[in-house]
Design a protein around this ligand. Structure first.
Ligand SMILES: Cc1cc2nc3c(=O)[nH]c(=O)nc-3n(C[C@H](O)[C@H](O)[C@H](O)COP(=O)(O)O)c2cc1C
Ligand SMILES: C=C(O[C@@H]1CC(C(=O)O)=C[C@@H](OP(=O)(O)O)[C@H]1O)C(=O)O
Length: 359
């Protein structure tokens, strides 16, 4: 396994480099009969696309997806779905001066040691641009999950030290805000602008919530739902930590505070974040990811080149000040891929348990 494929029953392979010809995904295992159009996928890609706001990379990528296979007369066929997004605005020449220099914090150094050579054009496959393919695949998962009433939404809850105090997704959606607290949103935007002027970058925290998840999704030991969520989210570039439910705060609580009491009307709290013993409890699934500041910054940094010589660099080019907000739809996509895979596994188990006849 080359590490480019995700999932067991709903399998996703992504391909492509940031400054190559195209990126894309092949999805194997999507059930037949799901309505799917390029427009369905496009709406998710639009939220991730660079160049929309100040503080985001100004690279102008239309990020138009083409469905090459697996869909006929507007419905999935059950056969592999191939999606492609052509790169329209690569500018590899901007990376010529960095060709043999390792940018601190990026994948240049570690890719060099793994492969012995690397695509120096913008981080190649280590680029955040790879996530366009995951968001495209995640849109297909969104359509599958919708047939069971499962929805996933994510928002930024902290950025550059500013915390959201409110969770008002309806308001955020109405005004296209990446943060569910409009007041914190304004301060976050100002903080991004400030960091941009200083030639620096910012990190933050994204919270992802999944509603409508039935109890029973997950596996008991290695493929625990929380383990797979953590793996999927940690697999996004710049993500450095994952919490489920109370997460690290659970370590500070007593059992009497941390347990979620059960009543005939349901659970009284959700410190578990919707996962018990690796299997969904039927409560909302809640995860948070810690996103590090963007490594490519205009401020002066010390590094070395491939000959081991010391070099001082200031990185120019078209970089985001923060992976937030563009990472928000990527987090949603990854959670959708995990839930879709587990939904299909549980449906297979349920059909067997109830001995549903085959045609
Ligand atoms: C949506 C998104 C956008 C990103 N934009 C940039 C960027 O403009 N410049 C940059 O140097 N890194 C950017 N990154 C972060 C790097 O891709 C990431 O730091 C790199 O792959 C190294 O991986 P690691 O941070 O997980 O160690 C972005 C990441 C994501 C997910
Ligand atoms: C192009 C996208 O993000 C890129 C992520 C990225 C990186 O190093 O991660 C670096 C920048 O690209 P470039 O290689 O052109 O300098 C960003 O623009 C995208 O997300 O579509």
């Amino acid at each position: 396994m080359s590490g480019n494929t995700w999932g067991r029953l709903f399998r996703v392979t992504t391909f492509g480099e940031s400054h190559g010809r195209a990126l894309g995904a092949v999805i194997d295992g999507c059930p037949p009969g799901i309505p799917l159009s390029e427009e369905d996928i496009q709406q998710d890609l639009e939220r991730r696309r660079p160049g929309k706001h100040r503080g985001e990379s100004p690279r102008k990528e239309p990020d138009r997806v083409e469905i090459l296979s697996g869909v006929f007369e507007g419905l999935t066929l059950g056969t592999p779905i191939a999606l492609v997004i052509w790169n329209k605005d690569p500018r590899p020449s901007a990376y010529e001066p960095l060709k043999d220099v390792f940018r601190p914090g990026h994948g240049d150094w570690s890719y060099y040691w793994k492969y012995g050579r690397r695509d120096w054009r913008g981080g190649g496959r280590a680029s955040g641009r790879e996530t366009v393919a995951r968001v495209a695949a995640g849109a297909v998962a969104r359509k599958v999950l919708a047939t069971y009433g499962i929805e996933v939404r994510a928002y930024t809850v902290a950025l550059g030290g500013i915390r959201a105090e409110k969770w008002d997704p309806a308001e955020a959606e109405r005004n296209h805000l990446f943060c569910p607290d409009p007041e914190a949103y304004e301060r976050m935007c100002a903080r991004i602008e400030e960091a941009r002027r200083e030639g620096d970058s910012l990190g933050g925290v994204v919270e992802i919530r999944a509603t409508g998840v039935p109890p029973g999704l997950g596996e008991p030991v290695f493929d625990k739902l929380d383990a797979e969520l953590a793996k999927a989210l940690m697999g996004i570039g710049a993500v450095k930590g994952v919490e489920i439910g109370a997460g690290f705060a659970a370590a500070e609580k007593r059992g009497s505070e941390n347990n979620d009491p059960l009543t005939p009307e349901g659970f009284l709290s959700n410190n578990a974040g919707g996962v018990l013993a690796g299997i969904s409890s039927g409560q909302e699934i809640i995860c948070r990811v810690a996103v590090k500041p963007i490594p490519s910054i205009a401020k002066e940094q010390k590094t070395i080149n491939e000959r081991g010589e010391p070099v001082t660099i200031r990185i120019g080019g078209r970089h985001d000040v923060s992976a937030i907000p563009r990472i928000v739809p990527v987090c949603e996509a990854m959670v959708r891929l995990v839930l879709t895979d587990f939904l299909l596994r549980q449906l297979a188990l349920k059909a067997f348990r109830t001995h549903e006849p085959l045609p």
